[in-house]
Write a protein that binds this ligand. Structure first.
Ligand code: PGA
Length: 245
């Protein structure tokens, strides 16, 4: 079955590196004829250049964030509608690096999700527990709280308009991925809760230290519909290897 592979480049590449990597991935996906849906999320500047320079790209493009308002005196922000105007399909929201680094609250995240959907972007909504929450057995209650607050009063036209990325914070960039069977179990719980809230079929993907060695173990799990990759998406050969699973 076809899966969703999302590359989150964060702020890890120079503009030139982003353009080079995008073009290598574009050619590579065409060559391997990947059956998976691939979504590349560069920083804003690379995003606009890539979207304007690639003709019939072999992947979809997504942003790593958007503003919670449509138009406002919000210096440095980019609105969901401008991203849509650029031709984007997706936006990652609520990544833990934004929740923690930019102090994004569940309330702001909820506003961003509504704004992105209104602009007809598909949302990749990130949730996940910290190591402390895991250690004290609060994983399940915490991710359910993130879901309920982030998705409060959210109405979807189609289930495919929103995708949940389950990313345990302690697994991101640490080299310590969650065991695939445990991730699958949590994905099942998250899916059930999200479907109850949204009244649509919802897909859940996993992220956190996935690489070419462990990717197939996650993709084998039936509750896991795809992967959100950070480090493993920064090199064309590793990303393409994962896309060809
Ligand atoms: P990682 O990052 O694959 O480098 O752990 C994942 C993410 O932050 O989305």
């Amino acid at each position: 079955m076809s899966k969703i592979i999302i590359a989150n480049w964060k702020m890890k590449l120079s503009l030139e590196e982003s353009l080079r990597l995008a073009s290598a991935i574009n050619l590579g996906i065409k060559k391997i004829k990947s059956k998976n849906k691939v979504i590349i999320c560069p920083d804003y500047i690379a995003l606009s250049l890539i979207s304007l320079s690639l003709n019939e790209p072999s992947f979809s493009l997504g942003a790593q964030n958007c503003a919670s308002k449509l138009r406002s005196a919000a210096t440095g922000e980019v609105s969901a509608s401008s991203l849509k105007e650029l031709g984007l399909d997706y936006v990652i929201l609520a990544h833990s690096e934004r929740r923690l680094g930019q102090l994004e609250s569940d309330k702001v995240i909820n506003e961003k999700i509504k704004m992105a959907l209104e602009a007809s972007l598909k949302v990749i909504f990130c949730i996940g527990e910290s190591w402390e929450q895991r250690r004290t057995n609060k994983t399940k209650s915490f991710v359910i709280k993130q879901l309920r607050e982030g998705l409060k009063d959210v109405k979807l036209k189609k289930g495919s308009d929103l995708l949940i990325a389950y990313e345990p914070v302690w697994a991101i960039g640490s080299g310590r991925a969650m065991a695939p069977t445990e991730a699958s179990d949590l994905a099942r719980i998250i899916k059930l809760e999200a479907e109850k809230i949204l009244k649509q079929k919802i897909k859940v993907i996993y992220g956190g230290s996935v690489n070419r060695e462990n990717a197939s173990d996650f993709l084998k799990e039936k509750n896991i519909s795809g992967l959100l990759l950070g480090g493993a998406s920064l090199e064309a050969s590793e990303l393409l290897e994962i896309c060809s699973i």
